[in-house]
Design a protein around this ligand. Structure first.
Ligand code: SAM
Ligand code: SF4
Length: 351
């Protein structure tokens, strides 16, 4: 328990019983029930669409402690957030990450949380997969853009594909459902997408394709990387039967069933279509900054609130104020030579 855990129920004099806190709802009537927490901006890889080759990482003093991460995430749970995703940077490079997972799992045990999960590059997943399952994690997302070791090394600037595959094997052996996320990259993995689909579905994993977004300077022109998923979908449907699925995860992915493989394929298309009208999520960085939209500059410093010694009510007020200002949606554009839409990298905000 932290002093900021689920705010004490307020008594409603008229009914003589305690009331749960009001849900977090933004100015457009969207309920916010999903928090992504970037637990570190660091990573053991340097994916070409995500980071620059030589990144300057945050000084440790700026990064929230595990206790502070617990405090903030738990405050959101107390205000009605039902799903927590740990991300980064690479969450598994954060020292003590399993302690944080263990602490947050109490909300799962009490039923306050429907899901505690994480997004990982899986390079350090194998040794902790069993422990994650034991702590109540049921599903994880693994980012993997290619099954070719050389291309993997090039796209991640040095990564070892074998370690990632070992991590995925260990996760599935521990009973975790794995969803693979792949960023579609023109000229890199474009031709390999059908193979990625067959591979993922062949091992019982969903696959979601993502359009690359112009976040942060990476040293690579995004126009050269960008591949429209509309084009990919058209090409896949020329030889496969793609049946639209009603499955709504509250997220930006739209799913189809590939009848020939029997598996699910998702498309996240922030560039060609946005689905902001149903957005239910906000993001907390490892420095305690709350971003209520991935594609806008809005931010609220919650670290200052808790390090300033504010009480739980003050934190609740700060969170509600930030949520009330959640922008209607993002509006990404990719133009040759243009600066990224936002200077912050995806690894900072948490993908
Ligand atoms: N390191 C972990 C991983 O790679 O899964 C978690 C953090 S990573 C920032 C989360 C997701 O963001 C990954 O699936 C990654 O492919 C995606 N991502 C990073 N930069 C992106 C960009 N510019 N456009 C689209 N997706 C991006
Ligand atoms: Fe690291 Fe994930 Fe970014 Fe790749 S996408 S550099 S694995 S944080």
């Amino acid at each position: 328990m932290t002093p900021y855990d689920a705010p004490a129920p307020r008594s409603t004099a008229a009914f003589g019983r305690a009331a749960a806190p009001a849900p977090l709802v933004d100015g457009f009537g969207r309920a916010v029930t999903y928090l992504r927490v970037s637990v570190t901006d660091r990573c053991d890889l340097r994916c070409v669409y995500c980071m620059a080759e030589h990144m300057v990482f945050l000084p440790k003093a700026e990064v929230l402690t595990l206790e502070e991460l617990d405090t903030l995430a738990s405050a959101f749970v107390g205000l009605g957030v039902r799903k927590l995703r740990l991300t980064g940077g690479e969450p598994l490079v954060r020292k003590g990450i399993m302690t944080l997972v263990e602490r947050l799992s109490r909300h799962h045990q009490t039923g306050a949380l429907d899901e505690l999960t994480l997004t990982t590059n899986a390079s350090q997943l194998a040794p902790v997969a069993g422990e994650l399952a034991r702590l109540g994690v049921r599903r994880i997302n693994v980012s993997l853009d290619t099954l070719k070791p050389d291309l993997f090394r090039a796209l991640t600037r040095g990564g070892d594909l074998a370690k990632v595959l070992e991590g995925i094997d260990a996760a599935q052996a521990a009973g975790l459902a794995v969803k693979i996320n792949a960023v579609a990259l023109k000229g890199d993995n474009a031709a390999e997408i059908p193979e990625l689909v067959r591979w993922a579905h062949g091992r019982g994993a969903d696959l979601t394709l993502i359009e690359t977004m112009p976040l942060g300077e990476t040293g690579v022109d995004r126009v050269d990387q960008f591949l429209s998923l509309e084009t990919v979908r058209q090409e896949l449907s020329s030889y496969w039967t793609l049946t639209d699925l009603p499955l709504q995860t509250g997220g930006p992915a739209r799913y189809v069933r590939v009848e020939e493989t029997g598996g699910r394929l998702g498309f996240i298309t922030p560039m060609t279509h946005n689905f902001c009208e149903n957005c239910n999520r906000v993001r907390l960085t490892c420095t305690g900054v709350l971003h209520t939209c991935l594609g806008r500059e809005d931010e609220r410093d919650l670290r200052a609130v808790i390090r300033g010694g504010a009480d739980p009510e003050a934190l609740e007020v700060a969170i509600r104020l930030a949520i009330s200002g959640k922008p209607k949606g993002h509006d990404f554009h990719i133009e040759r030579g243009a600066a990224p839409a936002l200077t912050r990298h995806m690894s900072r905000t948490g993908g």
